[in-house]
Design a protein around this ligand. Structure first.
Ligand SMILES: *Cc1c(COP(=O)(O)O)cnc(C)c1O
Length: 333
């Protein structure tokens, strides 16, 4: 099976499993796991933040990150397709009493002016105060779109005088970095809180890291424990993430190349593919998905008329070629 449903389906490589098996560990609830601590310090440094916290999932990283900059009864503003409002089960409301409000975007493209226009002040007794704006890079439902650096900078510059925080959902920030060449520290500098994932394109089995100031991360440790995310000898997982940074981050460009190749083979303009996702529009999604599966290719149905294909480190060039052959046979039929 060639599994193009998501970049989360990767399995740890032999090298990664070896690194996990050999990891030095301790009780991380006591902050005594040297490997988790090493990962946190390394990620904080990479993104130019004071501190970081290892969490079990991107959802927990995002939700705690938003809670750090938004009080119950205040709101987080974001785009209507944002992962934090679409795929996180209403956690902001269900767990934290945080209200969310959304602005429809052009397939996830960050539009600083459109968001700023919707911000509501903190000191008006008629209005729900906007405490934070959430941005997503790359954008999942925007099919791997890389956010324009100019828009990120514009939003950040505005937010400093407006007393509104910026939270970055950077589950795939690595892909944005690989595609744009923008340093991770630049993306980090433009956010008060950020969550980055190791279980997507980087190929680790579990793990995300939340970034913020040292003071906020101290609070985040309490929230993580409250939510049941306090983990013990978690160095075995952190080791996978460290391994991914060394061995899988440098190869992400390959996934992007594979996605462009796939698009090209499917008759699309490869220039429209920004990172590791390809979209098939105006297709009978369930029919194609079922027939592709019979041909040994798994794809993701985004809607009745749309299919998503995601490249990752468990599919090599030959697999991409084979998937393209199978899909082409179906699309031209
Ligand atoms: C996958 C993803 C997350 C986090 O998902 P988890 O499954 O909770 O790790 C967050 N944001 C985006 C954009 C994602 O694609």
């Amino acid at each position: 099976m060639i599994d193009l449903r998501s970049d989360t389906v990767t399995r740890p490589t032999d090298g990664m499993r070896k690194a996990m098996a050999e990891a030095e560990v301790g009780d991380d609830v006591y902050a005594e796991d040297p490997t988790a601590t090493e990962l946190e310090q390394r990620i904080a440094e990479l993104f130019g933040h004071e501190a970081a916290l290892f969490v079990p999932s991107g959802t927990m990283g995002n939700q705690i990150g938003m809670r750090l900059v938004c009080e119950p009864g205040q709101e987080v503003l974001g785009d209507a397709d944002a992962h934090v409002v679409t795929y996180e089960m209403g956690a902001a409301a269900a767990i934290f009493g945080i209200s969310t409000r959304t602005v429809v975007s052009d397939r996830g493209r960050l539009d600083a002016d459109a968001l700023v226009e919707q911000v509501r002040p903190r000191d008006d007794w008629h209005l729900t105060a906007t405490a934070a704006i959430a941005v997503e890079n790359t954008h999942n439902r925007g099919f791997g779109r890389v956010q324009p650096l100019g828009e990120l900078q514009k939003l950040w510059d505005w937010s400093r005088s407006a007393d509104v925080a910026v939270h970055l959902d950077g589950a795939r920030i690595w892909n944005a970095h690989a595609a744009s060449g923008v340093p991770l520290a630049t993306y980090g500098r433009l956010a008060d809180t950020a969550s980055v994932c190791f279980s997507k394109g980087l190929g680790a089995p579990v793990g995300s890291v939340l970034l913020a100031s040292a003071e906020r991360i101290a609070t985040a440790r309490l929230w993580r424990k409250r939510l049941g995310g306090g983990m013990r000898q978690v160095g075995v997982l952190a080791a996978a993430c460290l391994y991914a940074l060394d061995h899988h981050l440098p190869r992400l460009g390959e996934d992007h190349e594979h996605a462009r190749l796939l698009a090209e083979r499917l008759g699309q303009d490869p220039a429209t593919v920004e990172t590791n996702m390809v979209v098939l529009d105006d297709v009978n999604a369930s029919l194609i998905a079922e027939a592709a599966k019979a041909g040994g290719v798994l794809v993701s149905q985004v809607s009745a008329r749309r299919i998503r294909l995601v490249t990752h480190l468990d599919v090599d060039r030959a697999g991409i070629e084979r998937a393209a052959d199978v899909l082409n046979g179906l699309l031209t039929r």
